[in-house]
Design a protein around this ligand. Structure first.
Ligand code: HEM
Length: 226
């Protein structure tokens, strides 16, 4: 298994797999345009809502998958899974950028005052926007160079923000859904479970000072070799 995980081709395959939701959206748009068909042919009757929901769904999925890498690699004893964490974290950022741009360009047409009013007055936008802003420093500092510059401890502290981002994402989802709260609640349980696991690992790590060194390497958007 470790051989598969260390192969450069596995990384390429994971990269392409993560790109599929974006390629699907691109294909639906371009194919529709080339055929001279209205947008709603391939992007449903409400294209803006469709794209917003697709990109929002993939943002929260990638955040949860990124958070799950550390516990899964420890439980399954697959240390090489760490190779994928940075890429998955950056994909979460990529999809949130698409999500945000859909809202800014297609929904609000760059109407800054309307956007500002939304961020101020609609709590689900306020919390989603907070999550997005918090993701920016994590994406910027996800490289090995930034780990060196900040130092392991400070870098790790900063990257713990991923938990706040996950919570913000879940609240955003919970608040925006009006009737069936099933899906946001599923994410809430998942994020809660991952937080409990992290807390457990932290408590155990406090009892074993020797484990501190390895704990530094457990931040979510880590480059492979901090
Ligand atoms: C961590 C950041 C974020 C996450 C994880 C996230 C996630 C989601 C999810 C899962 C949905 C619902 C998808 C569905 O129902 O299938 C959604 C919808 C939406 N999000 Fe976000 N989002 C984030 C940030 C933002 C930001 C920054 C904005 C805009 C400022 C935004 C605006 C919206 C809007 C307008 C909707 C659709 C609401 C509706 O259907 O009425 N989100 N988002």
């Amino acid at each position: 298994m470790n051989k598969i995980l260390t192969s450069k081709w596995t990384k390429v395959c994971v990269f392409l797999l993560c790109l599929l939701p974006f390629l699907d959206l691109l294909w639906r748009t371009v194919y529709g345009l080339l055929q001279g068909l209205p947008f709603d042919t391939y992007l449903t009757a409400d294209p803006i809502k469709f794209v917003t929901h697709r990109t929002g769904d993939w943002t929260i999925r990638f955040i949860v998958i990124t958070l799950a890498i550390t516990p899964v690699r420890k439980i399954l004893k697959l240390p090489q899974l760490i190779r994928f964490r940075r890429m998955l974290g950056l994909y979460a950022f990529f999809y949130v950028c698409l999500h945000f741009c859909t809202w800014m360009v297609l929904d609000k047409f760059f109407d800054w005052s309307d956007m500002w009013a939304d961020v101020h007055k609609r709590p689900f936008i306020t919390i989603g926007f907070t999550g997005f802003v918090l993701m920016i420093p994590l994406a910027i500092t996800s490289t090995a160079g930034w780990i060196r510059r900040l130092g392991g401890k400070r870098w790790q502290m900063l990257h713990r923000l991923i938990y706040a981002i996950a919570i913000a994402g879940v609240i955003h989802y919970y608040w925006l859904v009006k009737s069936d709260k099933h899906k946001p609640l599923e994410y809430a349980y998942l994020v809660g479970f991952l937080l409990v696991l992290r807390l457990g690992a932290w408590l155990i790590g406090r009892r074993k000072p020797a484990a501190v060194g390895s704990a530094i390497r457990t931040g979510p958007m880590t480059a492979e070799t901090p």
